[in-house]
Design a binder for this molecule. Structure first.
Ligand code: SAM
Length: 256
């Protein structure tokens, strides 16, 4: 009992630190093209990926860790009714403002990913959230419980030390970007004590994501590398960075 109480305290503390980090990141988040793409080709490549795998619109879609609305806005433009869940009110405030500019009806919910709003949803979508979670399988199970007849779309990338070759390329990209005067994607490094408790941090690969999805009870996972998205992003980069490529982007789709 005492051990469980201690674990609960640790998770609550981490959640506070995670929220604090993203609250601080919200102001600069959309200045990074991969967070808020302005390029029409990149936007269209992302839209094609979601359109291929979401149910026909209008479906009820839950975007977990929605941030400033990267996936939410694409899905809403495709005609879906999206509920956007995030811990950070500041991230969601930006999402809401962007949705209003385009007159897109989006519902926002401030809360933890493992406590999704009541379903049923036809699809759950997430991008770049799983690596931040202390218990991704627990969250994936909770999403399945509110999507009893629907599907999951999980978009992740390979960064950090997940793959030795990517680690070298990532190092080269960061150095080159600095030389070209480009800034880091976030306001500060992610807190080390939070990373230490996130099992997928620096270990996000297609295999680790598929395993977590299956462990949570989702069925028939299909994995696709989003080469069109990568290609469209590469075309927006200066020649030197283009030659170094972009981190691999992949999508896993599974059924409840
Ligand atoms: C890397 S950002 C991704 C945002 C967005 N999905 C995108 O693709 O740009 C991670 C987001 O997840 C949110 N987040 C992190 N941990 C969370 C949790 N336990 N519950 C809900 N949201 C969380 C953060 O506030 C942040 O907005």
């Amino acid at each position: 009992m005492a051990a469980r109480r201690l674990r609960h305290h640790a998770e609550v503390d981490i959640l506070d630190d995670v929220r604090t980090y993203w609250e601080a990141d919200a102001a600069g988040y959309d200045a990074v093209p991969s967070h808020h793409p302005a390029d029409p080709g990149v936007r269209a490549a992302w839209a094609a990926a979601l359109a291929r795998h979401l149910p026909p619109p209008p479906a009820r879609v839950l975007d977990c860790g929605a941030g400033t609305g990267f996936l939410t806005l694409i899905a809403a433009r495709l005609g879906h009714r999206v509920v956007s869940l995030d811990l950070s009110e500041s991230m969601l405030a930006r999402l809401r403002a962007k949705a209003a500019v385009e007159d897109l009806a989006v519902e926002v919910v401030v809360g933890a990913a493992d406590q999704p709003p009541a379903g049923p949803f036809d699809a759950v979508i997430e991008r770049h959230l799983l690596w931040t979670l202390p218990d991704p399988v627990h969250a994936l199970r909770a999403w399945r419980s509110v999507t009893p007849h629907g599907r999951l779309l999980s978009v992740e990338g390979i960064w950090g030390s997940a793959d030795p070759a990517e680690k070298v390329r990532g190092w080269a990209r960061t150095r080159t970007a600095r030389l070209l005067g480009r800034h880091h994607d976030h306001h500060a490094p992610y807190p080390a004590h939070v990373l230490a408790q996130a099992p997928l941090a620096n270990r996000t690969t297609p295999a680790s994501v598929v395993l977590a999805i299956e462990e949570a009870g989702w069925r028939g996972p299909l994995m696709e590398r989003l080469s069109d998205v990568e290609w469209a992003i590469r075309l927006t980069l200066p020649a030197l960075l283009r030659a170094l490529g972009v981190p691999p982007v992949f999508l896993v789709v599974a059924s409840a």
